[in-house]
Design a protein around this ligand. Sequence first.
Ligand SMILES: Nc1ncnc2c1ncn2[C@@H]1O[C@H](COP(=O)(O)OP(=O)(O)O)[C@@H](O)[C@H]1O
Ligand SMILES: [Mg+2]
Length: 347
Amino acid sequence: MNKLNQDKTIMNSVLSSMAEGVLVVDKNSQIILANKTAENIFLVREGVLLGKTFSELPDYAKIRSMVGGVLKTGKDVFAETLIRPHTQIYRVHVAPINGSDGSIDGAVAVIHDVTDARNFDKMRSEFVSNVSHELRTPLTSIKGFVETLLDGAMENNNLCRRFLTIIDSETYRLGRLIEDLLTLSSIESQERPMYLMPLCMVNSVINVMNIMGPQISDKCLRVDYIYEPNLAYINADEDLVNQVLINLLDNAIKYTPRKGTITIRSFVQNRRVITTVTDTGMGISRESLPRVFERFYRVDKARSRDRGGTGLGLSIVKHIVEAHGGEVRVESEVGRGSTFGASFIAL
Ligand SMILES: Nc1ncnc2c1ncn2[C@@H]1O[C@H](COP(=O)(O)OP(=O)(O)O)[C@@H](O)[C@H]1O
Ligand SMILES: [Mg+2]
């Protein structure tokens, strides 16, 4: 193989293995090279782009005008654009190809799919705006009551006590919110290692039932636990599993009226240890059901707030369970109650 052919082979294999689409046009805007990714982006068969000019590709007006501009001015341009029929966002960079005498001999366009990065940016900014809103609500209320107290309500013993109680519960909610956010971010960033060990689900459930004892007796609820004898162990992080059980039981308690019943079950199915929490509470409507695991989603914001809710409990549950290779599920009927379940791989 001579040197020129060898160079060409190397260049072709580099181009065809690139994740970016590459198009080269000559000074008449005619395509003289297109790699495989470019053909995929434009949804054409191999070789179809060669010899075409952009005026023959009406869907790509944006790239055409970029290429036209570069051929005229000799200056690089960058832009983000949609390329039909994709829903993806592409970042396009067009640079001139200069001849040895400084003339513009053509242009090269590099097309990069930035959809994931843009979606991520969008998600992050939505998250920040949700968080700020959630933090602002209790703060606004604390500020309002403090001002009223300073304005004179302080002199009235009854009012003073009432307002301070509200401030106390709003402060508690702020603290909860920050705790939940930190938990969520530490699991997400994987900065906290998971300490996996063989774990007995029955012990964890009984442990959590004891922790929640005061809340259970406050509402005169009855909590039963039914489990298979000799239940298989799971390989899991004990603190995180406790967190899952606490969040599920906390909801069952919160959203069930006084004197209701909660039934927890643990059993093995398809090599998974499944634990379900069934309540006799208000239930969740069919429209809301698919959304309850989303961050900050609450069927009834005011009611959740009243009960110290942050809307993050179930998203934490989902995160933890999925980080262990398991799954969450929910069934519910309005007015009758809900069943939340978490499965973990059995040892
Ligand atoms: N057991 C349940 N019964 C009825 N609704 C529930 C139950 N568990 C969760 N929900 C609904 O799902 C929403 C999200 O739950 P969660 O993420 O734990 O947030 P929070 O409890 O802080 O409001 C709740 O606001 C509530 O509307
Ligand atoms: Mg909750």
